[in-house]
Design a protein around this ligand. Structure first.
Ligand SMILES: [Zn+2]
Ligand SMILES: [Zn+2]
Length: 256
């Protein structure tokens, strides 16, 4: 599996892009800094999009992606839990901002086709077996286990404390997760449903207690003002747990 990190932050600037990842050039995980990271040719190679939840930094590039691929005669399948599908249908792709990409250019062959998914029900996306698992966040949110051959990736999207239930359902080799704030901002992290390095460490200890191993970890969704602190505090976590933690950045390519 080729994982290309397109955006590894929760806010956009000249130096940072919002969260988005591309698997094997065809499958997108969240549509934050998606289109600004890809050529039109690369955008046209996308066949499916998985959205973790309704927040703007994870869904917004569906619109420019629609513009980028609208004349191809291609339909891109979009998968998400019903709460996210509702937001996309009623707010983002309702035709008020851009053409109605759910029925344009024709109802039989629209730019996007939405697929609501149920938690714990495995579904097939291209060559991948995918399962949505609830994760704790400020709004209904899903993590996704993605299986391809021998590769088992779990993408949490945005998550706060309390991933223990998720560990009952997935056993990833590779965990693609978030750490948004530094430890000093614990209150903000709890209120917004995000991880700090300390919360991340606790969830990894819990993971190891339940499963007897630790996965390879890739971290994204940093809040830019906290990035240096998060990196420093995560380095200490990695040393304490003897854990390989890769703090990602936009345009990083990772073979998994
Ligand atoms: Zn986010
Ligand atoms: Zn969020």
């Amino acid at each position: 599996m080729d994982l290309r990190v397109l955006g590894a932050h929760n806010a956009e600037s000249k130096e940072t892009r919002m969260e988005s990842h591309l698997i094997d050039g065809v499958l997108v995980l969240d549509a934050g800094g998606l289109t600004r990271s890809l050529t039109f040719e690369e955008q046209r190679g996308i066949d499916a999009v998985i959205l973790s939840h309704r927040h703007f930094d994870h869904v917004r590039d569906l619109l420019p992606l629609g513009i980028g691929i609208r004349n191809m005669g291609k339909t891109v399948d979009v998968y998400a839990i019903p709460d996210t599908i509702e937001l996309v249908t009623e707010k983002l792709l309702d035709g008020s901002l851009y053409p109605d990409f759910l029925s344009y250019p024709s109802p039989d062959n629209p730019v996007f086709r939405l697929h609501p998914v149920e938690f714990f029900q495995e579904f097939q996306v291209l060559d991948y077996r995918v399962t949505a698992v609830p994760v704790p966040h400020a709004v209904p949110a899903a993590g996704f286990q993605i299986l391809s051959g021998e590769t088992n990736l779990f993408y949490t999207g945005d998550t706060g404390q309390g991933l223990s239930d998720a560990w009952e359902h997935v056993s990833p080799q590779v965990l693609l997760t978030e750490v948004t704030f530094g430890n000093e901002e614990e209150g903000r992290a709890i209120a917004a449903g995000h991880l700090t390095p300390k919360f991340f460490e606790e969830t990894m200890i819990d993971f190891k207690d339940r499963k007897g191993y630790l996965p390879r970890v890739i971290v994204a969704h940093m809040n830019p003002p906290w990035e240096a602190t998060v990196r420093r505090e995560l380095k200490e976590v990695g040393e304490r747990l003897s854990l390989d933690i890769l703090v990602s950045h936009a345009d990083m390519r990772i073979s998994i």
